[in-house]
Design a protein around this ligand. Structure first.
Ligand code: PGA
Length: 261
């Protein structure tokens, strides 16, 4: 894992946008894996401004979301497909047919999970996956105890995640669904390049456990240690508990000029 500590989330967002831009400009039909939540929003804003100001094009891209709530109507403002459209894809030139998300409202959830795995396989997998980390260490909605070999499936949300996400439901936890359809950990690990973003002191503990702790189903993000190409972009606040922070800084400062992320 390459761990980069930046002064602010905005600097990290520029680096993440650089990685996405490189995929968009070097891969004929790039496949982007996107996360929702607050963490990646600065990256999406940066990409929107590159689209508007410099013509960065998403016309050949396909986007796959990590997860979706089960039990929300399709047009609910907190449904992740609505969120990503509102915050990002409505503001770029991604074709309507290019946005894919797990079909949380489907009557046949197991069938929807299989369809999503098939859709990912049909496009040859994800080139760049943007990830956040939950305060309980989840990636996607793979909560603690998720199998490290899991594929897209129904999951039950922890009460911690439901409390964290109540802010998207008028601060009313009773409105937060109990279930979701999420890419599994093994599904996520198939992305060719993973960019994990973590900002703020509330992420210091889960990030440190993910990056420096043992690989365990109790910290699903720790499975990223098994992946050969992960870039971890964190701000100073999220880096406070890292015991090798100086080493990560030194590595980044001495990065050979020919080496990209
Ligand atoms: P956040 O969520 O970006 O809103 O903190 C991250 C996550 O739950 O994966």
């Amino acid at each position: 894992m390459e761990i980069v500590i930046t002064e602010t989330p905005e600097v990290a967002a520029i680096l993440a946008a650089d990685i996405v831009e490189r995929a968009l400009t070097t891969i004929a039909t790039p496949v982007l894996g996107l996360a929702t939540g607050t963490t990646p929003l600065a990256t999406y804003r940066e990409l929107i401004s590159r689209h508007v100001e410099s013509g960065l094009s998403f016309v050949a891209a396909r986007v796959f979301l990590l997860d979706e709530y089960v039990g929300l109507p399709r047009d609910h403002p907190a449904a992740f497909r609505q969120v990503i459209a509102r915050e990002f894809t409505d503001h770029i030139d991604l074709p309507m047919t290019g946005l894919h998300s797990p079909d949380g409202p489907a009557a046949d959830i197991a069938g929807a999970a299989n369809d999503y795995e098939r859709a990912l396989a049909d496009v040859g997998g994800v080139d760049v996956q943007i990830l956040g980390i939950g305060s309980d260490g989840h990636i996607g909605f793979n909560e603690p105890s998720s199998s490290l070999g899991s594929r897209t499936r129904l999951k039950t949300l922890t009460s911690k995640t439901r409390i964290d996400n109540a802010r998207f439901f008028d601060d009313d936890i009773d409105q937060v669904p109990h279930h979701c359809l999420t890419q599994g950990i093994a599904t996520i690990l198939e992305a060719r390049h993973i960019v994990l973003l973590a900002f703020g002191e509330s992420k210091a503990c889960p990030l440190t456990r993910a990056v420096e702790g043992p690989i365990t189903a109790m910290v699903p993000a720790s499975a990223l240690q098994l992946h050969p190409h992960v870039t971890v972009l964190v701000d100073e606040a999220a880096a406070t508990e890292l015991s090798y922070a100086d080493y990560y800084r030194e590595t980044f400062e001495n990065k050979p000029h020919w080496q990209t992320f």
